[in-house]
Ligand binder design. Structure first.
Ligand code: SF4
Ligand code: SF4
Length: 667
């Protein structure tokens, strides 16, 4: 009976074993020293409030789902499967090599126990060959993509080519070693090593002595370049194996809609700070610096960035890479005495961002950009008092009249005329309707406030408003870098809300929603907050609201960034639309997490837009599907969509509506 298995270290004997031990030690030293240096570079950042052990199970679960099983990476088929093949191929090969080492250097050496034999050996051989083949396919896909199809989001550095070719040579020589070994005796059971068995035919007809010499040459070459590749990890893009995995665990749990996604971190010790914001790379926290190192330059963020796609001078990938280059120069002793702003990152780049979070949410390793951008906006606004003329006017209006329009506070009640709306300052109410500046003061959006109040009345909800006592929630000040103004406004709001005993708040604006729900908690404001889309859906579910199909024609939904991507509210508005739509519902090309911004967030609605307009790019998608009604659930989006429809001369066939307005039609 044939013994199924193989002699470990066949043909290379103890000499090969000792040489590989020596290389193992050298590589381990190179890796440790390289990581130690990198660790010192990460540590130039300020302390970060992260408690890594908090929700550790969830962090690990997030990494397993997204890092190991590629949930986020597979959102794009070709690059997703490409990475999957390389990752899983190498994972299985690493486990296989470890099993060989365990048998050779432990179980066999000390106990004369060999487990790589019989049926297990056959399955082991098959899986390892399959893994090697998968990895080769993945590498060839990567080469094809990088050097043949060349998507614009990829930039090619020499390191990319070195890594791909090096890995390919390691994999191919691995099969040549296996093929030469099998060719020596061609045992039938080695057909399970299907790639090695086919490769063995390359050596068919050679004398056994020549096969042994060839095998030995390939074996040593393969061993040296494999260890070399391991050592190269800390000096190349391969470092992302470590940094990206860790970053998923640092960010994963916090970067989920029910976590802190979308909330801006406060300035530590604001009262005593001498300088606000950041203009030197060592002002970032170590975790923000770690983000820079974890970036794989995949460019997914750039593909979805509304600023980049409308020719603004901002690419989130380049932004991260420019900061990374600044950090590496800083660590190499080349200090930027002039600061990063206007040298490494231009002011126009900072102001181009709509804070839409498309980059962060769609980044396979959860890297945010706006958390770094806002620190530089803060530096410009608060430390240098250098801001755009539009934001200067915005701050002035907010300072004087507590709203971005600079309108008198009595105007806030303009939309209530003829409606039954209680004043929460005068009587106790169950829910506070936080109207927001735009729905209170913008003529078009006042219709939304009226519609929503009508819905609440119809459903018999005990609600009230703050009326003339309502102030801006603080979102525009904060996102334009004026933390001082934000704090003044937000603290005043929280004090007032607590004083009059408000517990539950509903709002029609996703920006107010995010600020009140996620940011007021930073200053002692803890409320049960609902967006209208959630609340209307809840009322329908409770049977308090009955809707009839009333909306004619083709309907589509524009997901507001701060409703969908930031807070995960995707299904509720769709479910409401399903009840009121009489005609056809169709999604635009980009929807849910990939939805394209309207262009109004991050304070951009208060600024002039140059280059191609973001709202035009978005409405083109609605035009492409011949939608008659573009429904949204955000006052900024409504303004932007309506403007775009007018600019594109589509008012005859298309209109923009808020969800509340649509619901009123179905009452
Ligand atoms: S937040 Fe939006 S606009 Fe800003 S860089 Fe990211 S994708 Fe671009
Ligand atoms: S930030 Fe994320 S999405 Fe953008 S290039 Fe880096 S890894 Fe890719």
């Amino acid at each position: 009976m044939v013994d199924v298995g193989r002699e470990i270290m066949w043909n290379v004997g103890h000499a090969g074993q000792y040489v590989s031990y020596a290389f193992m030690v050298i590589v381990a030293i190179i890796l440790i020293l390289g990581l130690k240096k990198r660790y010192a570079m990460w540590k130039i950042g300020k302390p970060s409030p992260i408690q890594f052990t908090r929700r550790l199970g969830e962090r690990i679960g997030y990494f397993i789902a997204n890092g190991i099983f590629h949930k986020s990476i597979l959102r794009e088929a070709f690059p997703g499967w490409m990475h999957f093949f390389i990752f899983w191929g190498f994972l299985v090969l690493t486990v296989g090599t470890a099993l060989v080492a365990i048998q050779a250097d432990f179980t066999d050496l000390f106990f004369k126990v060999q487990f790589l034999k019989g049926g297990f050996y056959l399955i082991f051989s098959f899986l390892l060959d399959l893994a090697g083949l998968m990895a080769i396919i993945g590498i060839l896909m990567a080469m094809y993509r990088r050097y043949v199809t060349k998507p614009t989001r990829l930039d090619n550095k020499p390191d990319d080519a070195i890594v791909l070719v090096w890995i390919l040579v390691v994999l191919v020589t691995g099969f040549l070693v296996e093929g030469a070994r099998i060719a020596h005796s061609m045992p039938d059971y080695e057909k399970w090593s299907f790639v090695g068995y086919i490769t063995a035919y390359m050596f068919a007809g050679m004398p056994k002595e020549s096969i042994e010499v060839t095998h030995k040459v390939f074996w040593y070459f393969h061993m040296v370049i494999s260890f070399g590749l391991l050592a190269y990890i800390v000096h190349s893009r391969l470092l992302h194996i470590i940094t990206s995995s860790l970053n998923m665990m640092f960010r994963g749990v916090e970067d989920v809609p029910e976590g802190a996604r979308g909330a801006i971190a406060p300035i530590e010790d604001f009262e005593n700070a001498e300088e606000f914001g950041i203009n030197s790379v060592d002002g970032f926290t170590w975790r923000q610096i770690f983000d820079l190192d974890a970036c794989t330059r995949c460019g997914r963020c750039q593909d979805l960035c509304p600023a980049y796609n409308t020719d603004k001078p901002l690419s989130p990938k380049q932004f991260i890479q420019d900061l990374k280059a600044e950090w590496e120069r800083h660590c190499a002793g080349v200090k930027n005495e002039d600061g990063m702003i206007d040298t490494t990152i231009q002011e126009e780049t900072l102001w181009s961002c709509t804070a839409c979070m498309a980059c962060q949410v769609n980044c396979p390793v959860s890297i945010p950009t706006f958390d770094k951008n806002i620190e530089m906006r803060r530096y410009l606004t608060l430390t240098l008092s250098k801001t755009t003329s539009e934001t200067k006017l915005l701050f002035k209006n907010l300072q004087k009249n507590n709203n971005p329009y600079g309108m008198g506070k009595k105007e806030r009640l303009g939309w209530t005329e003829g409606l039954e709306v209680r004043n929460a300052m005068e009587q106790e109410v169950e829910y506070l309707y936080w109207v927001g500046c735009v729905a209170s003061l913008d003529d078009r959006n006042r219709k939304v406030a009226r519609s929503f109040a009508t819905i609440l009345n119809q459903a018999g909800i005990n609600f009230g408003i703050l009326g003339t006592d309502e102030m801006c929630c603080g979102d525009p000040s904060r996102r334009c870098g004026n933390e001082e103004q934000y704090l003044g406004t937000a603290q005043g709001n929280v004090e007032l809300l607590n004083e009059i005993g408000i517990k539950k708040i509903i709002t029609t604006c996703p920006h107010c929603y995010t600020t009140i729900k996620k940011e007021y908690a930073q200053i002692g404001g803890n409320f049960e907050v609902y967006h209208q889309a959630e609340f209307i859906n809840k009322l329908i579910g409770e049977g308090k609201l009955k809707l009839n199909p009333a909306l004619e024609g083709k309907v589509t939904l524009h997901d507001p960034c701060y409703l969908g991507r930031v807070n995960g509210i995707f299904d509720q508005p769709r479910s409401v639309l399903d009840k009121v739509s009489k005609g056809v519902y169709e999604e635009m090309g980009r929807n849910h997490n990939q939805s394209f911004c309207c262009g109004g967030g991050g304070g951009r609605i208060w600024m002039e837009e140059h280059h191609k307009r973001i709202n035009h790019a978005r409405i083109d998608e609605a035009i492409a599907i011949e939608a008659n009604t573009v429904v949204t659930a955000c006052p900024y989006c409504l303004i932007m969509m309506e403007d775009a429809i007018k600019d594109k001369e589509k008012i005859e066939t298309m209109k923009a509506m808020d969800l509340s307005e649509v619901v009123v039609k179905g009452l």
